[in-house]
Design a protein around this ligand. Structure first.
Ligand code: SF4
Length: 651
């Protein structure tokens, strides 16, 4: 029998104390398909290892060196690691057939095998059909040239050693791919690692009809969306609860696109959660253009106890940028409608922006935030630095056109912050400047993001800014500009600004991880926008910050309103932040002479007396200590952790 292994290691998911890893779903599907559908594979191969964690490379290479075939599923989180392991494996056993697949290998580059000589075959797109055929050929004729969709490293050719067999055929019927969860393929891994909390990828559809230029997923290759059958998806969700999966990631590009199916799947997730109290948390990417339907599904999940923000991934609100990245056909003109529906239904909302896209300037970047506030999102905005993914259109065709400058950075991928051994630290090429945003503007944009995240998104000044905007006395832009100038006169605050500036300058200079943990929490550079919130808790700086806010508001707006209104507005605002040192105080119930929220959201008379509850949500009866609290802020940032759930109590 020939031994075969598949390698797809990932970083740890969540805090170290959780010890959570993804089960190797992709490799599992590859092996299952080949094994279930080929007698040749059944008779000639045995599966040796499915590698899911970044083990020591030399130790693993020694274990795998007697394998005949080793396949590597490669993306930004394991590219360096996989290449180092493959190279070492080829040194130890030159006869081992090394196959690379996944989104990362540079299949568009003619010199791929000069750069990566240890790779024998590279799979260009979907792997299942192709992998089965490669295994069949390996133990028979070794004639790979008839397998569509691969690049072969033909070392016998003197000049160009690359053989391209053309485009592969897409899998028509996903039902032919047996589930690695249900087939028991992972049972041994789970049994052998009782200390691991498992995370799971659920794939209910494959493909995306859009073609965003920064993405390597949609486009022509996978433009038709294909579905797995419902019975299988429902059974996989049941399995997820049965084995106690901690974290469920739905890998679909547009969950909610098929409402009739997806509402049933959401109901099943809630049914399973009620039955097994698992999965603990989940993440998904929502459909882009079906907001009514998507909101109904989000309600099912959130009301069922699975907090899941409705994510509207605008990436930018600048029209020129949206055109350049081919996202101008998305329903972002309906943003206010969507945010309003979320607010009325108390659904958490989230919006993603990408910094460094073509045609974005420092000013349009700032306007993205102000426009999102105007549209009604004040609680969830996440920012990514634009990555130039190897096979994305932006990387292949737009770099010169938009003057995209790149730097390879560490510390971009979630989980990488836990990696102590940086020998094979993964790097991602990110945009450090464009023809419309200089390097120094890029750093300014990051600092602006950090500032907005701290004060508006994480709720130190959001109700003050909203009230002033509602009163007609202030714009968001002017409020935050004036406040910025005021804050920078404070010694402690301006020291924080200088520190973050140095970190981002160095990150864009050499891509290296150069910052310490923040309040003992390992945070990656990509998400340092969150750092101030954690620091305020850790360093007990809330009183200082609230004094500054109080002084600023009185100084600038004291003449416009009654003093007791200003005092109550500040109290309302302060109650919005859950402070660790007051964690035992929640929930807070307070009477006001004014109805701030009713006025801001529903146009109620500000002079209505009101009573509000500031709920502490997961932090009520919180016994787990400061570090866990700070880690929770960081890992639950999409759910806007650390801010109170505010509800009006009718008296
Ligand atoms: S970014 Fe999302 S919507 Fe755009 S092509 Fe990629 S998967 Fe599709």
């Amino acid at each position: 029998m020939f031994k075969v292994s598949l390698v797809s290691p990932n970083y740890m998911v969540g805090p170290v104390s959780q010890n959570s890893y993804y089960l190797p779903y992709g490799p599992g599907v590859l092996w299952n398909y080949a094994h279930h559908n080929s007698e040749i594979v059944q008779k000639n191969y045995e599966l040796d290892q499915l590698v899911w964690r970044r083990e020591d490379i030399e130790v693993l290479a020694q274990q795998l060196k007697d394998n005949s075939v080793v396949g590597f599923s490669t993306y930004i989180w394991n590219d360096k690691y996989n290449n180092a392991l493959a190279k070492r494996l080829k040194e130890l056993n030159p006869h081992c057939l090394i196959i690379f697949g996944g989104p990362q290998p540079p299949v568009n580059k003619k010199n791929i095998f000069q750069v990566y000589p240890y790779i024998d075959i590279c799979v260009k797109t979907e792997g299942e059909y192709v992998f089965k055929q490669i295994l069949e050929q390996y133990c028979t004729d070794k004639d790979y040239e008839n397998i569509k969709g691969i690049l072969i490293n033909d070392r016998n050719r003197l000049t160009n050693n690359l053989v391209d067999t053309g485009e592969s055929v897409r899998i028509n019927d996903l039902c032919t791919l047996p589930s690695p969860y249900l087939s028991g393929l992972f049972d041994k891994i789970i049994a052998d690692n009782p200390d691991v909390n498992w995370s799971m990828v659920l794939e209910t559809t494959r493909g995306c009809p859009y073609a965003c230029t920064f993405c390597d997923w949609g486009g022509l290759t996978y433009s038709k969306v294909k579905k797995f059958d419902m019975e299988r998806c429902l059974a996989e969700i049941e399995w997820c609860g049965q084995i106690g999966v901690d974290y469920l990631f739905i890998a679909d590009a547009n969950f909610g696109m098929f409402y009739d199916r997806d509402i049933v799947l959401a109901q099943k997730i809630i049914e399973v959660k009620k039955k097994y109290n698992k999965p603990g948390a989940m993440l998904l990417t929502w459909a882009k253009n079906q907001k009514e339907d998507v909101i109904k599904i989000a309600e099912v999940l959130n009301q069922g106890g699975m907090r899941q923000p409705l994510n509207v991934s605008v990436q930018s609100l600048n029209d020129k940028t949206l055109e350049s990245i081919k996202r101008s056909n998305f329903e972002i003109n309906k943003l206010s409608e969507i945010f309003q529906m979320c607010e009325e239904r108390s659904l958490p909302m989230f919006t993603e922006l990408i910094l460094g896209l073509p045609d974005e300037t420092l000013d349009t970047w700032k306007q993205n935030f102000y426009n999102l506030y105007e549209a009604g999102n004040h609680e969830g905005i996440g920012v990514y630095q634009c990555a130039l993914l190897e096979n994305a259109e932006m990387n292949l065709e737009q770099v010169d056109q938009y003057g995209l400058e790149r730097v390879a950075v560490q510390d971009y991928i979630l989980g990488s912050e836990h990696d102590k051994d940086l020998t094979y630290a993964e790097t991602v090429d990110v945009v450090s400047a464009t023809k419309d945003m200089s390097r120094s503007d890029m750093v300014e944009a990051q600092i602006f993001t950090w500032y907005q995240s701290t004060f508006h998104i994480k709720g130190l000044t959001n109700y003050i800014a909203r009230f002033l905007r509602k009163s007609g006395h202030e714009t968001y832009e002017n409020f935050y500009q004036t406040f910025w100038e005021f804050l920078n006169k404070d010694e402690w605050f301006s020291a924080q600004v200088q520190e973050i500036k140095i970190i981002y300058n160095q990150w864009f200079d050499n891509g290296k991880r150069i910052h310490n943990n923040v309040g003992d929490v390992a945070i990656n550079a990509m998400n340092l926008g969150m750092s101030m919130t954690i620091k305020l808790h850790h360093d007990d700086k809330f009183d200082h910050m609230n004094d500054l806010i109080r002084e600023f508001v009185n100084l600038n707006y004291g003449d416009l309103f009654e003093q007791d209104l200003i005092d109550e507005l500040l109290d309302f605002q302060i109650n919005n932040t859950i402070q660790y040192r007051n964690i035992d105080a929640g929930p807070i119930i307070t009477n006001f002479n004014y109805d701030f929220l009713g006025h801001i959201i529903h146009n109620h008379d500000i002079k209505n007396k009101s009573k509000y509850k500031f709920g502490f949500g997961p932090y009520e009866n919180f016994q787990s200590g400061r570090l866990n609290f700070l880690e929770h802020l960081w890992y639950s940032k999409r759910g806007n952790a650390g801010t109170a759930a505010i509800t009006k109590i009718e008296s």
